[in-house]
Structure formats: C-alpha cells, structure tokens
Design a protein around this ligand. Sequence first.
Ligand SMILES: NC(=O)c1ccc[n+]([C@@H]2O[C@H](COP(=O)([O-])OP(=O)(O)OC[C@H]3O[C@@H](n4cnc5c(N)ncnc54)[C@H](OP(=O)(O)O)[C@@H]3O)[C@@H](O)[C@H]2O)c1
Length: 331
Amino acid sequence: MRLAIDASHGVRGTTSPNPPVGAVILDASGAVVGVGATRPPGGAHAEVVALAEAGERARGGTAVVTLEPCNHRGRTGPCSQALIDAGVAAVHYAVSDPNPAAAGGAQRLREAGVTVSAGLSADDVEHGPLRAWLHRQRHGRPHVTWKFAATLDGRSAAADGTSQWITGPEARARVHADRARLDAIVVGTGTVLADDPWLTARLPDGSLAPHQPLRVVVGTREIPPTAKVLDDAAPTLVLRTHDVDDVLVALADQDDVLIEGGPRLAGAFLAAGRVDRVQAYLAPVVLGAGSHAVEDAGVHTIAEALRFRRESVETIGDDLLLNLIPRGIRS
Ligand SMILES: NC(=O)c1ccc[n+]([C@@H]2O[C@H](COP(=O)([O-])OP(=O)(O)OC[C@H]3O[C@@H](n4cnc5c(N)ncnc54)[C@H](OP(=O)(O)O)[C@@H]3O)[C@@H](O)[C@H]2O)c1
C-alpha cells in the first residue's frame, strides 16, 4: 500500500475530475510485478496500468489499490472486471468509493470469487492523496487550502508592501513542489497588482514543472495585460466577483485548490467558512510593521475567534510549516 500511495502522489493534480489512485500488483509468490497510477482523464485507471505491466504474472496474484476498484463503464471499462479478467485472486483496497455511479466494485469482485478486504491504511489514504477528491465527492465543492507565509510578529508584508521573501529557500522549494500537485491557485487582484507573481510550479533549476495548476485571479480591478500571471506558461482564469461561492462554483471540476492570498481574499474565504486546511509558514523574522496575513475574517469578539487544530508541524530549513484543520471539520 505504501508503494500504491507513493504512485498516487505522483499523479496528483493531473487526474481531475478522476481521483489520483495508485495500484500495485503482486504475483502469486508476493513479488511486485506491476505499479500504476491514474492517467489523465480519458486514460487508463491505476489498476489497468498496473495490470498491463504485470501481464500474465497477475494470474493468481494480489492487487493493492488505494480506492475501491470502480464498477462503472465510463470513458474506460470497469476496473473490477479488468481484475477479474486478469485472474487476480485477492484485492486489498484502502477506501470505499463514495460515488454511487462507481461503487459496487468490491461486491462484483466477491461475486466472481475474488478475496476482497477494505480499510488497509485507510487513514493514510484519506488524509493523503485522496483527501481533496474525497472532499469534493462528499461536499460537492473543491478542497480549499489557505497557505500563507508570516513573520514572528504575524506580518505577511513589510510596511512598503514588499513580501518577497519572508521564508527561506527550502520552504519556497517546498511550495513549488506542492504547487506541481495542485489543480488551481487563487489570488486576489491586490496580490497581482502588488507583487506581479507568476504562480507557476518550478523545478529546483528554475524550469517549469511538467504539470501547472490553473491560475485564478479574483477581483473587479483590471490587471495589466503585461501581468506575469497572464502569460502562456499555464492557463489563467480571471473571475470578476467578490463572492467566495462564485469562485468555488467556477472551480467545481477541480479537487485541490490553494488560496495564496493576500489578506483580504484569505479573510473572505475564512469568513465564509470555506477554508478546509491552513498551511502556515512561520519564518524567524520580525518586520515590526506591515500588513497581516488576514484582514477581516468576520470576527468581532473573542467568542467568534476561528480556531484550528494541529494536524502536523514540520521544520523546513529555518522555517516552520503548521498544517491546521478548522475545528469542527473532519480532515
Ligand atoms: N505573505 C504572504 O503569504 C502573502 C501572500 C499573498 C499576498 N501577500 C501580500 O498581500 C498584499 C496584498 O494584499 P491584498 O489584501 O490587496 O491582496 P488580495 O487579498 O490578494 O487582493 C485583494 C482584492 O481581492 C479582491 N477580492 C475578491 N474577493 C474579495 C472579497 N470577498 N473580499 C475582499 N476582496 C476581494 C478585491 O479586488 P478588487 O478590489 O479588484 O475587486 C480586493 O481588492 C501584498 O503586499 C502582498 O505582498 C502576502
């Protein structure tokens, strides 16, 4: 399952609206003979990719999959049938398919005499590679992460508006690696006008990563046609609205959406209760003046404070990364 999870992480951001699934085939002696992950929409599902690599060695073997094999004939045939046709004797999967159109794969496999078990490493998969896809299946909207960088005194830009860079090179490299696995990055017009960010995912050598998320700019002000975010390095959507739910409806086909700021857009998403996870980069830096990471999150008194619980804390170079989940939301 660890191998299947790693394979699925590698295709995150490239499979929407399909889930990023990983699959491993073991032969009858338990040796790994095939590893696969979901191809982009219209392409093969993970099980089919892994079975193709395994060939005849799958017969009498075991399939380990992060998601229940599907049972519907969409653009590709049902994976449950492909596993049966390949002669696989046992299937272990992590998470059941919540999509009624695709569920039923486990039952079909059992009816064909295949040994099936569910729940293997389910937590790691639910909170890992399938987190955003499962969120969209369950809530009908993308999974929203709000990411920001702040100083020890909670500033996200200096008094003159400059904010590049608050964090160190290791944290910035991590941000680029994460971007390459996202479906969309959202900023307000204020950030575009202040920073002219490119919002692309770059490799350590500065070149563009193979997968680029959709860039989204929200707000009513014009942004200059020369803005870097409008170049052809990646697609860009400009949404002339202040309504957070309008933004999420426009992004309804995306699973994994990142709000990169700035403070007013972040405040609007927090006030609307549309932040599902926070990634706070804290840098050992003091500015003493300048804007804060959030403006106007709809809190007027301490009883209304937005509170979060810690999912993990990582040290990245000189900085800390806090992964937080709003209280009341199951991650
Ligand atoms: N440290 C960090 O992590 C980080 C990240 C990003 C930005 N920043 C800093 O943030 C500063 C820019 O701040 P900012 O607040 O102007 O940026 P912003 O939040 O990106 O943009 C604000 C604009 O967003 C639009 N908007 C869309 N929906 C909105 C809503 N519901 N409520 C309010 N506004 C909405 C409005 O545009 P219209 O007025 O056009 O309608 C508003 O003026 C810069 O100094 C930048 O360096 C820091």
